[in-house]
Design a protein around this ligand. Structure first.
Ligand code: ATR
Length: 492
């Protein structure tokens, strides 16, 4: 073991927790544990990174730095608890294999990376076969969260929570004194809910961006003015981390040119994959997460730069466009409508995300408590927002709520939002400005509340070309019409 001068010598088995992977997230998490008074074992494949952490932050708390995985494991108190914070994928599997060889029965391996939940289910099975415990833990909050208090979503065997719980509670964010961490459920649940959390984050970011775009290009506001609007919104129902940082980004001036920072950024959004996973999984579960889906596709379209250029060069017809002035709409009134459209679309994104979580929980028999989730997302994570309190209350009042939108509080809120939401989608369309999530969320909302859907026609078509049968509204049974014959209705 390394014993840098600024560290007291620590005996084997002295560390309450270990962190593997000293890149930004791992080192910040280790420092967070140390700052809460825990002795933290640290290890990184390349020892330089470990040495750098000790050199720069060794004085912040009690670290035990190791240069081999065996030394690292030996430095942990039993049952040993090691959090893996390395690159997702094969690197995680490699580290798990090393830990399995070095650890003993009852020890706990925690994967704090952004693993796909099906990988977590597989890993839990493999690790359990070796007599060890495996906990897939979603950790949200970025670099700052890891250092000062993230929202943590651990899955895995329930008994691991007894020893792991207090440790994770000590480093998590707190809201009203309540830690933003809880045991989510068995095997892959932690990474499953983290995945959907990220999907909701995609939709949340996209609706904020659509609101910005309309203020800029419909209402004609300058970035600084829009920053003021977002700062104002952040004092009301929309109070959230993402709205807060949006105001900061929009207020920023480019250091090189003095122009608004927003104007010098290439408008091609990147993605690492958790939004896409959320949508793929929703497709398999048959849960419409249209807001999240449109948000993922909006990023993809923004990044299709060659195709976008070709469309501009090709001069795709815009049809007849209007301006706000021509439509007789005051910019200030429109901006208030936009705030309401944002709020309504955001409600839909959360409602759809929770639908996916509930469907996943049913499918895998996980028993996830949606109210608990909203509670631990109130602080630390990227989607932290004031209104998550309301979601917790909604599920506390009615755990089997058919849709979050049907909670009495949210229903009342929607009453005050729907007309504005409709106006914004209409006006954006008349101005030729894209609002994929505002518009698709409104369509979802109208589909949900519709007495009749055009699905009846789809059933008729399916029966016509493929004898796929249909059900009737007025009697039990399954039917087929003999379309190519005498069009008699047959029982199936
Ligand atoms: P970040 O995005 O925070 O920089 P990352 O790319 O997700 O981090 O992960 C980088 C970490 O994974 C590093 O600690 C890296 O170790 P090195 O510093 O030795 O490169 C670790 N890592 C990547 N592949 C690994 C492997 N096969 N075995 C062990 N650790 C590995």
């Amino acid at each position: 073991m390394t014993s840098p001068e600024n560290l007291a010598y620590s005996p084997a088995g002295a560390a309450q927790i270990g962190v593997i992977g000293m890149a930004v997230m791992g080192s910040n998490l280790a420092r967070n544990f140390a700052s809460k008074g825990h002795t933290v074992a640290i290890y990184n494949r390349s020892p330089e990174k470990t040495r750098a952490v000790i050199a720069e932050h060794g004085s912040e708390g009690a670290f035990i730095a190791s240069e081999t995985i065996e030394e690292f494991v030996a430095s942990l108190e039993r049952p040993r608890k090691a959090i893996i914070m390395v690159q997702a994928g094969p690197a995680t599997d490699a580290v798990i294999a090393q830990l399995c060889d070095a650890m003993e029965e009852g020890d706990i391996i925690i994967d704090g990376g952004n693993a796909l939940f099906t990988d977590t289910i597989r890993r839990e099975r493999e690790v359990a076969a070796r007599g060890l415990n495996f906990v897939g833990a979603g950790i949200s909050g970025g670099e700052e969260g890891a250092l000062h208090g993230p929202s943590i979503m651990p899955g895995g065997p329930a008994q691991t929570w007894e020893t792991l719980g207090p440790l994770l509670e000590s480093i998590s964010a707190k809201v009203d004194g309540v830690p933003c961490v809880t045991h989510i459920g068995p095997d892959g649940t932690g990474h499953f809910v983290k995945m959907v959390h990220n999907g909701i984050e995609y939709a949340d970011m996209q609706v904020i961006s659509e609101a910005y775009h309309l203020m800029r290009y419909a209402a004609g506001y300058e970035p600084g003015q829009i920053a003021d609007v977002f700062a104002e919104w952040n004092r009301g129902d929309l109070d959230s981390y993402l709205i807060e940082i949006t105001a900061e980004v929009l207020r920023q001036k480019d250091r090189r040119t003095g122009k608004p920072f927003i104007d010098i950024i290439l408008d091609a959004a990147g993605q690492k994959g958790t939004g896409r996973w959320t949508v793929k999984e929703a497709l398999d579960l048959g849960v419409p997460v249209t807001g999240i889906g449109e948000a993922v596709f909006a990023r993809a379209l923004s990044s299709a730069l060659a195709q976008r250029q070709a469309a501009q060069d090709g001069g795709l017809p815009a049809g007849t466009l209007s301006t706000l002035e021509q439509l007789g709409i005051e910019p200030g009134d429109f901006v208030e409508d936009v705030r309401r459209a944002l709020y309504a679309s955001k409600l839909v994104a959360y409602a759809q995300g929770f639908d996916e979580i509930n469907a996943g929980s049913m499918e895998h028999d996980w028993g996830i408590n949606p109210g608990d989730l909203a509670r631990i997302w109130r602080g630390g994570c990227i989607i932290r927002a004031k209104f998550l309190n309301r979601i917790t209350e909604a599920y506390e009042n009615e755990p089997t709520l058919a849709s979050l939108l049907l909670d009495p509080y949210f229903k009342r809120e929607l009453e005050g939002l729907v007309d504005s939401w409709r106006r914004v989608v209409v006006v954006a369309t008349q101005l030729g400005l894209p609002v994929p999530v505002f518009a698709s969320s409104l369509s979802y909302y109208d589909s949900l509340r519709a007495k009749r859907l055009p699905a009846a026609l789809i059933q008729g078509q399916r029966d016509f070309f493929g004898a796929h049968t249909y059900k009737r509204i007025d009697m039990e049974g399954t039917f087929h019409t003999a379309w190519s014959g005498d069009r008699e209705e047959l029982d199936y």
